[in-house]
Ligand binder design. Structure first.
Ligand SMILES: [Zn+2]
Length: 425
C-alpha cells in the first residue's frame, strides 16, 4: 500500500489525479506499479488512464507478448483509491481481485462504504463482494475504519493499512482534484466552436484526424440526430471488431456540427477490456493531446475551436449497455470523459443504436451509479431516433446509401504502430 501511495504522490507531482496502484501475484510479489495518467504536460492525455485500468491493459499486453503470467483471478490490484465505475467494471470484466485504501464518496464503486455495491447491477454485486477488499485501518487521526468487503488475498491476511499511509492516499487525491478539474474544463464554449469541415484537406488538423480515421469528415448529418446514411461506416467497424475478437460492436464520435470524426472497433485480441468505446474516447483525447503538445498560441486556439470537447458532440454506440461488467466500464469511461455536467443544450450526448436492455432497467442502472455519474453528470444513454438506422444495423450489409462497408477505407488495423494508438503504460 505504501508503493501505491508513492505512485499517488508521483501522479500529483505530474499534475494528474493523485491515484496509484500496484499489481501483485498470488504471493504478493510486485509485477507492475503505475499511476494515473489522465493529465500529462498540463493537457488531457487520456480520460481512461486510471491506474487500475492501465494495470489491466498492461497485464493483457504482457500476456499477448507471451509473458507467463498467472490467470487474472490469481492476481491482486492494490489501489490507493476506491475504483471508479470504469475501473470497477474493468476489474470485474477481467477477473482480478482488488485491495483498496482510500474511500471515494463521489466516484468510488463503494461510495457509501457499505460493501453492498448497490452502484452495480444486481448480477455484479456478488462478484464485487467477493473481489473487492477494504482492509481495516487502525488509528485515531480520523482515517480509521473497520475491514469490509471480501476476504483479503493470502498475503494480506491479518494485515491492516497504516493510518499514515491511508491518510497519504486520501490527501494525494484531495490535493489534485481541483487543479485537474481546471485542466479538464479549459475548453471553449460551444458558441466558439468552428466547423472542421471548412478546413482544407492539407490543414494539419484534418491531416492528423484522417491519419487516425481515414473517413473522418466524409459524413455529416443533423447534429445529435444520426440517420441511416451513417450505417455503412458503423458496419465496417463492426466487421473489424469481430475480426479483432469483439462481438461486432463499434463506437463513433460526431462533433457539434454533425461531422463524423471517428469510428472505432475494439481491440479485444489485445486486451479483454479494449472495447470500442474505450478506444474511441482515448483516441480522440490523444489526437487533441498530440496536436496541443508544444503548440503555439494560435495552433492551440485552432485545436480547441475545431476539435471541441466531446461533450458538445455525440457519442454513438452500435450496441447499448447490457448490464455487464464491460458495460459498467464503458459507462464509467463515458463519465470520466465528461467529468462534469452535460451541456443543457446537449442532453442526447450519448446515443446507442441497438438496445440490449429495456429503457426502464437502463435508466435504473444509470441512476444507481455513484454520485459523480448519476447526479453530477446525469448519464442517460438514449436510443437513436432514426428507425432506419436501427433497422440497417439489424440487417448487416444493407447500407441504404449505396455505400457498402467494403468500399470504405478501414480503420488502421494496427493503430499501435502509430503514435496515436500507443497505450500509456
Ligand atoms: Zn478509475
Amino acid at each position: 500500500m505504501s508503493l501505491a501511495a508513492g505512485e499517488a504522490v508521483a501522479a500529483k507531482t505530474q499534475g494528474t489525479f493523485g491515484v496509484g496502484g500496484v499489481l501483485l501475484d498470488q504471493r504478493g510479489n510486485v509485477l507492475k506499479s503505475l499511476h494515473n495518467m489522465v493529465v500529462r504536460d498540463g493537457l488531457i492525455f487520456d480520460p481512461t488512464a486510471h491506474g487500475e485500468r492501465q494495470l489491466i491493459d498492461w497485464y493483457f499486453a504482457e500476456r499477448a507478448r507471451g509473458a507467463a503470467l498467472p490467470d487474472p483471478h490469481e492476481l491482486t490490484i492494490v489501489t490507493s483509491l476506491d475504483p471508479c465505475a470504469m475501473c470497477a467494471g474493468a476489474i470485474l470484466a477481467a477477473g482480478f481481485k482488488v485491495v483498496v485504501a482510500a474511500d471515494d464518496a463521489k466516484a468510488g464503486i463503494d461510495h457509501d462504504a457499505s460493501a453492498r455495491f448497490s452502484a452495480l447491477p444486481a448480477a455484479l454485486r456478488e462478484r464485487a463482494a467477493a473481489a473487492f477488499c477494504y482492509p481495516a485501518v487502525r488509528g485515531s487521526a480520523g482515517y480509521a475504519r473497520a475491514a469490509r468487503g471480501s476476504a483479503p488475498p493470502a498475503f494480506f491476511i491479518g494485515k491492516t493499512i497504516n493510518e499514515a499511509t491511508q491518510a497519504l492516499c486520501s490527501l494525494a487525491l484531495e490535493a489534485t482534484s481541483d487543479k485537474v478539474q481546471q485542466v479538464l474544463h479549459q475548453d471553449v464554449p460551444q458558441a466558439s466552436l468552428l466547423d472542421p469541415a471548412t478546413l482544407s484537406n492539407g490543414h494539419p488538423i484534418v491531416r492528423k484526424l484522417k491519419s487516425l480515421y481515414p473517413n473522418a469528415l466524409s459524413w455529416r448529418g443533423a447534429p445529435q440526430a444520426p440517420d441511416a446514411t451513417l450505417a455503412p461506416y458503423l458496419q465496417a467497424a463492426m466487421e473489424q471488431d469481430r475480426r479483432q475478437g469483439g462481438d461486432g460492436d463499434c463506437s463513433a464520435l460526431l462533433d457539434a456540427f454533425g461531422n463524423l470524426l471517428l469510428v472505432t472497433p475494439g481491440r479485444r485480441h489485445r486486451s479483454a477490456i479494449l472495447t470500442p468505446f474505450m478506444e474511441c474516447t482515448r483516441q480522440y483525447a490523444q489526437l487533441r493531446y498530440q496536436l496541443l503538445l508544444g503548440a503555439d498560441a494560435a495552433t492551440e486556439e485552432a485545436v480547441h475551436r475545431y476539435l471541441g470537447h466531446p461533450k458538445h458532440g455525440t457519442f454513438i454506440w452500435a450496441k447499448g449497455p447490457d448490464g455487464s461488467a464491460a458495460s459498467m466500464m464503458n459507462l464509467g469511461a463515458y463519465g470520466s470523459t465528461m467529468e462534469g455536467p452535460l451541456p443543457a443544450s446537449n442532453p442526447r450526448q450519448l446515443q446507442f443504436i441497438l438496445a440490449r436492455m429495456n429503457e426502464d432497467d437502463l435508466a435504473q442502472m444509470c441512476a444507481a451509479m455513484p454520485p459523480l455519474y448519476s447526479r453530477t453528470i446525469g448519464i442517460s444513454p438514449r436510443q437513436v431516433a432514426d428507425a432506419d438506422l436501427i433497422a440497417a444495423l439489424l440487417t448487416p450489409g444493407t447500407g441504404p446509401a449505396g455505400l457498402s462497408p467494403a468500399k470504405l477505407t478501414p480503420t488502421c488495423s494496427h493503430p499501435e504502430s502509430s503514435a496515436i494508438g500507443r497505450l500509456p503504460f
